[in-house]
Design a protein around this ligand. Structure first.
Ligand code: F6P
Length: 528
């Protein structure tokens, strides 16, 4: 297509939302009208499915759950008055509590104000809060947030070491919908010990965000923690940024949560329109379907040209891949669906992997995210009449064009600036696009059965570790790996036994290894 035809196509497909100042350009996805027409029946179903979901249908049949994240930003849509009240009151509760913490009306026993937050959580209980903190937290927030989102002891140490002089004024958020996920539980126990080590009563600093009645909730209740906020059963982890999971940490940092909710609501209103061309989430889902033939054949590379949106691609990775990456469709057929997502930011990534995108294997499509406002205030000139923001904008246009010339498709999302409204709107846009795409390819986008396998296998390894240690403590003479496995009753699991022993040895856990470390079968193992 020549430049004139492309300009026509650009105008023909451009979506603009006036209230949000939001643009979506899908003109560089090379679908034609016949393709759009062919997908129309699937979209009719997707729009109908979405309407049912919003009315409270059991949209997650496997877990027998309603899917209600849209009600969080428009409580009037909730299917019962009880749910509506619950949402409204919880938001008010968050605002009142955050205000008291920020002003010092609620303060720690040994300080006049809380200064920091440690937020402990993983997956949907971390990625949204991390993204929003990075995107929206003020330069000098009333409380500075730090994250523990793993069971990595060195990572936990790093956070605690940074805060070693501030623990007495550090609030701890323990965020886990289920209240039983091992990683946040481990983090919580380690942080609790650190508080005890500083003679601080953890309960005065701790806040639980979890489903009422969960293990975490019970602990918080019985230990009389500073506060507890409910996470609702009908909100999935990866769509929970507008629930207590995201709103509590955001409000504590002084981020305008009402503006975030308003932006999301406005985008929800726009993405409820049952017309592909008038609906930006439908346009995204259509483009994804086109790119990967409805089978995820192409990866989604997300490139925000703005440092503060760096974590958006990481956030989307869970939202898209945990939602759409499914073995079976809703009829039980094996389909192995999904779309792989990766990306960091432009123009930085132009000096990393864009070489391959331009010339290498064509197994992707790009989503550029453009922010019109360069910075607050004016910019100095780098070259005559040219600012660094002009460069960034030029790099985006240039890369989009260079990719298109080589038959690499792209979508461009444009927002006026990064603020709570536009961030809320972006989150809502992708929530809905994923929901639509799930309907188009007929998968349950709201469960995550695949995650369980890894969790179960890890639990088996931890049980095996206990058996191995018991065997080694009972035996007086050094044993080979084979003998340890045999005595532990797991002769078929020598490799797992070896890895457990090697890890214990490396961490000074009372295991002695003799022999050639490059030849595991030569090793003799004993307990100290
Ligand atoms: O908030 P929870 O229950 O600790 O779960 C954390 C994450 O674990 C998962 O269940 C599986 O990875 C995610 O869906 C979820 O966001």
């Amino acid at each position: 297509m020549d430049a004139t035809a492309l300009w026509q196509r650009y105008q023909q497909w451009l979506y603009f939302h006036e209230g949000l100042g939001f643009y979506l350009d899908v003109s560089r996805m090379r679908f034609d009208d016949a393709f759009v027409k062919g997908l129309q029946p699937k979209f009719e179903k997707a729009f109908a499915d979405m309407a049912e979901l919003e009315k409270g249908a059991i949209a997650n049949p496997d877990e027998n759950r309603m899917v209600g994240h849209y009600w969080l930003r428009n409580p009037k849509l909730a299917p019962t008055p009880e749910i509506e009240t619950e949402i409204v009151e919880t938001i008010e509760q968050i605002e009142v509590f955050a205000e008291k913490i920020r002003t010092g009306a609620i303060h720690p026993p040994k300080a006049t104000r809380f200064t920091d937050i440690i937020s402990i959580g993983i997956g949907g209980s971390a990625l949204g809060p991390e993204f929003v903190a990075d995107a929206l937290s003020p330069e000098f927030p009333p409380l500075k947030i730090h994250f523990i989102d793993n069971s990595d002891p060195a990572g936990i140490d790093r956070t605690l070491t940074h805060l070693r002089n501030n623990l007495a004024s550090t609030l701890v958020l323990v965020i886990s919908k289920s209240g039983g996920t091992p990683e946040p539980r481990n983090g919580m126990i380690e942080v609790k010990k650190a508080y005890a080590g500083h003679n601080l009563d953890f309960a005065n600093y701790a806040i639980a965000i979890t489903m009422p009645g969960s293990k975490l909730d019970e602990t918080a209740k019985s230990e009389n923690w500073l506060a507890r906020f409910p996470m609702f059963d009908w909100v999935g982890g990866r769509t929970s940024e507008m629930s207590t999971v995201g709103l509590v940490p955001a409000a504590l940092q002084g981020i305008d949560i009402r503006a975030m909710l308003d932006g999301a609501k406005e985008m929800d209103d726009a993405t409820r329109i049952p017309d592909i061309k008038q609906n930006p989430a439908a346009l995204l889902a259509l483009s994804w379907y086109f790119a990967g033939n409805g089978r995820g054949e192409k990866d989604m590379v997300v490139l925000p040209y703005k440092d503060s949106l760096l974590l958006f691609s990481r956030y989307l990775q869970q939202l898209v891949m945990e939602s759409l990456g499914k073995e079976k469709d809703l009829d039980g057929n094996v389909v192995h669906q999904g779309i792989a997502v990766y990306g960091n930011k432009g123009s930085t990534d132009q000096h990393a992997y864009v070489q391959q995108l331009r010339e290498g294997v064509a197994n992707f499509f790009v989503t550029f995210i453009e922010v019109l406002e360069d910075r607050k205030g004016s910019s100095p000139e780098i070259d005559p009449g040219i600012t660094s923001g002009d460069y960034l904008s030029g790099f985006l246009q240039g890369t989009r064009q260079a990719l298109y010339e080589n038959q690499r498709d792209s979508i461009t999302v444009t927002i006026p600036q990064v603020n709570p409204r536009t961030v809320g709107a972006l989150i809502a846009l992708y929530d809905r696009a994923v929901g639509f795409y799930g309907s188009l390819v007929n998968v349950n986008a709201y469960h995550q059965p695949g995650v369980e396998a890894g969790k179960k296998a890890a639990a088996v390894i931890l049980d095996l570790q206990k058996q191995v240690v018991e065997v080694l403590h009972t035996e007086k003479t050094p044993l080979s790996l084979e003998e340890v496995a045999q005595k532990a009753g797991v002769s078929d699991q020598i490799e797992a036994v070896y890895k457990i022993i090697r890890h214990l040895h490396a961490n000074g856990r009372g295991i002695v290894l003799q022999g050639n470390f490059g030849e595991p079968s030569s090793l003799k193992i004993s307990a100290q």
